[in-house]
Structure formats: structure tokens, C-alpha cells
Design a protein around this ligand. Structure first.
Ligand SMILES: [Zn+2]
Length: 314
């Protein structure tokens, strides 16, 4: 099994990114159709059901993507590592007495399954927050509708600018702090105008597609999906390399230099040789379990050996 053919990883990343971008556009379209002055619970419920259907589709797409792409990334690195080990003359150790045939394959399968599971979990977790964001948007619309009705009932025709400012602030439930100035001229705004202003502000919030919430921060769905894809693929590549190193009982690995090291920390690791087990007398333990060392890290891991290093230094 020495397949060196490089898989189009960047294309794979873009594929999941565009699935998320498409879902995001559909959700924005659904939410944009709702207006604070005509909002009803029925309309909100129907919108949420449509958003949920989109999220469910996304769940399936993400799981399928993880199954294929994370596995492909793993297999690619497994092939590269094996070719490399053969090139440096490493020998696969004789199977230990009583060891079951195919146990290495089983370990790889297990490692792939785990990497796929982690990736899928990232996506499903993020997708749930898309639904939460959409739900919050609908609650805000419902709240705005109620407030607008209250004002209509009170047949208030005009507000002072201070009242409008205060009102808009409250209507968007404090989530959107109004930064714009309301001048005296706007004191004549009708409730319809106010509804329009609220809608514009709300649309501002979702227009960028920042539907995913992680640790209380909002992220653009496409960039987040691509971030997960890049990070998890690289992680599974490291995993494949380490599994193969274990299989060959080959403890040394090197983090090759690449142009424009992604982060200061990576610049420090690059070009150095590490011990995977951390038990080697001359080389330090592979930091952090190997790359990626941070999101979007471009560092890789190459297996090497004392023999290979001696050849190189001759
Ligand atoms: Zn890096």
C-alpha cells in the first residue's frame, strides 16, 4: 500500500465550505422574508421548520464529508509515511508471537473512525448553534411585533427621538445596541418606519452569515466549516503518520520547514527532529502530539530515523 497520489485537500475544504455557504444563504433568505410588523408565531414556526430541514441536510453532508475526506487525508499520509519508511530502509518488525493477523489494519481503521467521529461531532455541534441563532432571531422578531402592537394600540403617533432610541434598543432585546443617532427629525417616525429600522438592524446581524456560536462568539458558517475541515484533516494526517511509526517501531519524526511558517511557535519546531514516544535519549518529545499546533496550521510530520539522519549529515 504505497499510494503517493496527492488528494486535492484544498478542493475538499472548499467543498464543505460551499455546502455551508449555500445553507447560510438559504437561511438568510428565509429569515429575511419575515417582517417585525407582520410577524406571527405561525410564520415563525414555519420558518424555523425550514431552517431545521436545512440544518438536518447539513448534518448529513458534514457527516458524509468527514467519512470521505478525513479518511482520504489519513490514507494519503499513511501511504506517504510507508513509502518514506521504505525509502529510509526501515523494516516492519516481525509480528509478535500470538499477534493476530491484520491487527495493524484494525488499528488504522480505529484511528480513522475516531478522526471521522471527532470531525462529525464538531460539525453537528456547530450546526445546532445555527438553529439556536435562527431561533433567537425569531424571538427578537416576535418581541418586536409585540412592542409595535403595544404602541399601535396606545395610538401613539409620534415619539420623541429619545423615546424612539430607547424603544429600538429595547425591541431588539439589548442584543443589538443602537449606535446610530436619532435626530429630532426622526421624532415623526411612524411605527412602520420603526419596524423598517428594526428589520434593517436585524438583517445586519444575519447578513454576514455569522450563525455559528463557539464559546459565546459568532462565526461565519463558511469560514468555520473550512477551519474545522483543515484542522481535522491535518490532525488525521499526523495520526496516520504516528500509527505507521508505531507499526514500524520507528520513533523519530521531523517537522519539515515550509515557507512562511504559520505561527511563531511553528517556526521554532520546524526543521527539528523529535521522538514520538518521548523516550529517545537524544531527541525531545514531539510537542503537542504533532501538528496542527493551531487552527489552519500548515506544518507536517515526516518520519525519519537515526540511519536516515546519518546519511543526510554525511
Ligand atoms: Zn503552524
Amino acid at each position: 500500500m504505497s499510494r503517493l497520489g496527492l488528494i486535492p485537500k484544498e478542493e475538499m475544504v472548499k467543498r464543505i465550505g460551499s455546502a455551508y455557504a449555500g445553507a447560510s444563504r438559504s437561511i438568510v433568505t428565509i429569515l429575511r422574508d419575515l417582517n417585525p410588523d407582520s410577524y406571527t408565531a405561525t410564520a415563525g414556526g414555519a420558518a424555523l421548520a425550514r431552517v431545521r430541514a436545512i440544518v438536518e441536510q447539513l448534518n448529513m453532508k458534514a457527516a458524509e464529508w468527514a467519512r470521505r475526506s478525513v479518511k482520504a487525508a489519513y490514507q494519503e499520509s499513511r501511504g506517504i509515511a510507508e513509502t518514506r519508511l521504505e525509502a529510509i530502509g526501515a523494516q516492519r518488525p516481525k509480528p509478535k508471537k500470538g499477534a493476530k493477523a491484520g491487527s495493524a489494519d484494525k488499528r488504522h481503521k480505529k484511528a480513522i473512525a475516531l478522526a471521522v467521529k471527532r470531525t462529525t461531532r464538531d460539525y453537528l455541534k456547530a450546526n445546532r448553534t445555527i438553529l439556536v441563532t435562527a431561533g433567537r432571531y425569531l424571538s427578537t422578531l416576535a418581541y418586536a411585533r409585540k412592542k409595535l402592537d403595544d404602541y399601535r394600540e396606545a395610538s401613539v403617533q409620534a415619539f420623541t427621538s429619545e423615546a424612539i432610541k430607547d424603544y429600538i434598543k429595547k425591541t431588539v432585546a439589548g442584543a443589538l445596541v443602537s449606535k446610530s443617532k436619532y435626530n429630532a427629525g426622526e421624532a415623526d417616525l411612524t411605527s412602520k418606519d420603526i419596524a423598517g429600522k428594526i428589520r434593517a438592524k436585524l438583517l445586519d446581524q444575519i447578513g454576514g452569515g455569522d450563525f455559528i456560536i463557539v464559546n459565546g462568539k459568532s462565526y461565519n458558517v463558511k469560514s468555520y466549516a473550512e477551519l474545522v475541515a483543515r484542522t481535522r484533516m491535518r490532525e488525521s494526517q499526523t495520526q496516520a503518520t504516528i500509527e505507521l511509526a508505531n507499526e514500524f517501531e520507528n520513533d523519530l519524526a521531523e517537522i519539515p520547514r515550509h515557507d512562511n511558517p504559520c505561527e511563531e511557535i511553528c517556526a521554532e519546531y520546524q526543521g527539528k527532529v523529535y521522538s514520538i514516544s518521548g523516550k529517545h535519549p537524544d531527541y525531545p518529545m514531539l510537542p503537542d502530539g504533532g501538528p496542527p499546533f493551531h487552527p489552519r496550521c500548515e506544518c507536517t510530520l515526516n518520519l525519519t530515523s537515526e540511519t536516515a539522519l546519518r546519511w543526510r549529515n554525511k
